[in-house]
Each structure stands twice: as structure tokens, then as C-alpha cells.
Design a protein around this ligand. Structure first.
Ligand code: CP
Ligand code: NVA
Length: 306
């Protein structure tokens, strides 16, 4: 049987996401009730980080521990990965000694090559192009706060980055719409959203217009990891793409605000919004833990019941 990976959001069907969201709620409830649940006892997760992380490392490591397994952290600085060992060779070796692998790296191509040579499931913990685990947590958070996301509108304000590309894939799989507003010069990359139905997103020059009537307003840093050399130019170009109270005021009065974090108050979002009553960012961050536990369980054990 082919090994299942989670490299892009569109790797899973709507039916699989529906299962995962239900399973996440059950796993979260077990955890909150202090019930020991160890389906992954004696299993090992290897986490490979080529970029910095707080939430992704913590949620995968704690999550694996809570499911009865162990997690090993590798980075490029002190493993052979940073010294030119081919990714294909690393995949062969790492996947013979572990049961599941999570990778945070630069180009999506790296993770695709790793997965093609892996004997165990591989999870994308963020690439330049996509961040599927974060969108899994975001949608679970939306469902917890507001119910089904089908037919709803998400406003994306800012960079057409890995988060934005993944929102668009999710819109297609789960049948909602994304209003995208980016500064000139930082628009969506057609190659990365090729295959996403045109009816799933709409591009707006004005961020206020993108937020009008939206059920969820979200943004991300102006400069993603790996793009630091562009920081100065981006600070100028993105100045009007700051989610503020005015943008939230034109959204649906029930709209929630999300941010994958880390956030820069005063840049992509005002303190008033991210620390305000519509913000669900702390639930969103916590839910990384719960959705990824369901994801790892699913990739290793398949569908389970209660
Ligand atoms: N949101 C997110 O992936 O955070 P980290 O970079 O801290 O892992
Ligand atoms: N777009 C950001 C997300 C960080 C979690 C980055 O890639 O740096």
C-alpha cells in the first residue's frame, strides 16, 4: 500500500478532513480530561528543522509525547543535513529508524524528494510555498468558534506567502472563498496556485474591500523566513496592509481574527486587533497541538473510532 504523506493541503480529501476535525475534537477532549491516550507507544517521530520554530517544534514534540511516542529533533547545524548529504540518502536512513517524519525547510521540492525516498509518512511543517499544518489548525479553530467553514469568506491581507497559498488550496477542498489583497509586486504566484478553481478566490487591490463582509480576517508577517534580505523594501511596500480596527469594522460583525504567529504588532496587525475581542490567536496556536496529534495518528494508524 502506498504511504500517505501530508505535503500540501490538497493531499487530503474533504472526507479525510472531516474525519480529522472530528478526531481532533475527541483527542483534544481526552487531553483536557487528563485521560492517558497512548496509541503511538514505542513509535518515533523525527523532526527536521532547517528554519526556526517555536510552535511547530513544541506542538509536534509535546503531541508525540502525549500519544505515548518519542520525538527526535534534528537541525541542519549539527547533523549531516547541513553538510551536503543528499536529501534522498537522508530520507532512506531516517525513515529506516523512525515511524514518521516532520520537515520544515525551504523549497517544497526538498520535502517532495524526501517523501519520494521515505518508507514512512512525511508531514510538511512549513516550506517556502505551503504551511498545511497551520491551516489545519486554523480551520479547526474556526469550526470550534463559528461552525462549518463551507460557504464562508476568508480575507487574506498581506503577503501572498506559504500561508496564503495554503488557504487557497483549502478553499478548493473545503468549499469556501478567499479574498486576497497583496501590495503591488507581491501578488499570488500563478504557478503555486495552479489548479485552484478561479471561483475559490478573488483578488482585491484594496485591503478594505477584501475584508468587507468576511467571516474570518487573517494576515501574516510581511517578511517570511528565508526572505530577510527583502525586509527593508517590504516594510515600505506593505505599510497599508496592516489589519486594523477599520478593516475589522467592515467585516462580518461575527468575524474572527487569526494569525499563525509570531506576530509583529504595528506592522501586519495592530495591537488593538490581535489583542482585541475578535482575535482567536491563542486558541489557534493551541490547536496546532491537537490537530497534529490527530494527523499523526491518522497517517500511522488510519481511521479509528472513539
Ligand atoms: N506558526 C508557526 O508555524 O510557528 P513557529 O514558526 O513558531 O513554528
Ligand atoms: N510565513 C511565515 C510563517 C511563519 C510561521 C514564514 O514562512 O516565515
Amino acid at each position: 500500500m502506498a504511504i500517505k504523506h501530508f505535503l500540501q493541503f490538497k493531499d487530503f480529501s474533504r472526507d479525510e478532513f472531516e474525519y480529522l476535525f472530528e478526531r481532533t475534537a475527541w483527542i483534544k477532549n481526552q487531553f483536557k480530561s487528563y485521560h492517558k491516550y497512548w496509541p503511538l507507544e514505542d513509535r518515533t517521530l523525527v523532526m527536521i528543522f532547517e528554519k526556526a520554530s517555536t510552535r511547530t517544534r513544541l506542538s509536534f514534540e509535546a503531541g508525540m509525547h502525549q500519544l505515548g511516542g518519542a520525538a527526535i529533533y534534528l537541525n541542519t547545524r549539527d547533523s549531516q543535513l547541513g553538510r551536503g548529504e543528499p536529501v534522498e540518502d537522508a530520507a532512506q536512513v531516517i525513515s529506516r529508524m523512525s515511524d514518521i517524519v516532520m520537515i520544515r525547510t525551504f523549497e517544497q521540492e526538498i520535502i517532495e524528494r524526501f517523501a519520494a525516498n521515505s518508507r514512512v509518512p512525511v508531514i510538511n511543517g512549513l516550506t517556502n510555498e505551503y504551511h498545511p499544518c497551520q491551516i489545519l489548525a486554523d480551520i479547526f479553530t474556526y469550526i470550534e468558534h463559528r461552525g462549518c467553514i463551507q460557504g464562508k469568506t476568508v480575507a487574506w491581507v498581506g503577503d501572498a506567502n506559504n500561508m496564503c497559498n495554503t488557504w487557497l488550496q483549502a478553499a478548493e477542498v473545503l468549499d469556501f472563498k478567499v479574498n486576497v489583497s497583496t501590495p503591488p509586486g507581491y501578488e499570488l504566484n500563478p504557478a503555486l496556485i495552479a489548479g485552484v478553481e478561479a471561483s475559490c478566490f478573488e483578488v482585491f487591490a484594496d485591503p478594505m474591500a477584501a475584508c468587507r463582509g468576511a467571516d474570518l480576517v487573517t494576515t501574516d508577517v510581511w517578511t517570511s523566513m528565508g526572505y530577510e534580505a527583502e525586509n527593508e523594501a517590504r516594510m515600505k511596500a506593505f505599510a497599508d496592509w496592516c489589519v486594523d480596527a477599520e478593516m475589522m469594522a467592515v467585516a462580518n460583525p461575527q468575524a474572527v481574527f487569526m494569525h499563525c504567529l509570531p506576530a509583529h504588532r504595528g506592522e501586519e496587525v495592530t495591537a488593538e486587533v490581535i489583542d482585541g475581542p475578535q482575535s482567536v490567536v491563542w486558541d489557534e496556536a493551541e490547536n496546532r497541538l491537537h490537530v497534529q496529534k490527530a494527523l499523526m495518528e491518522y497517517l500511522m494508524l488510519g481511521r479509528l473510532q472513539g
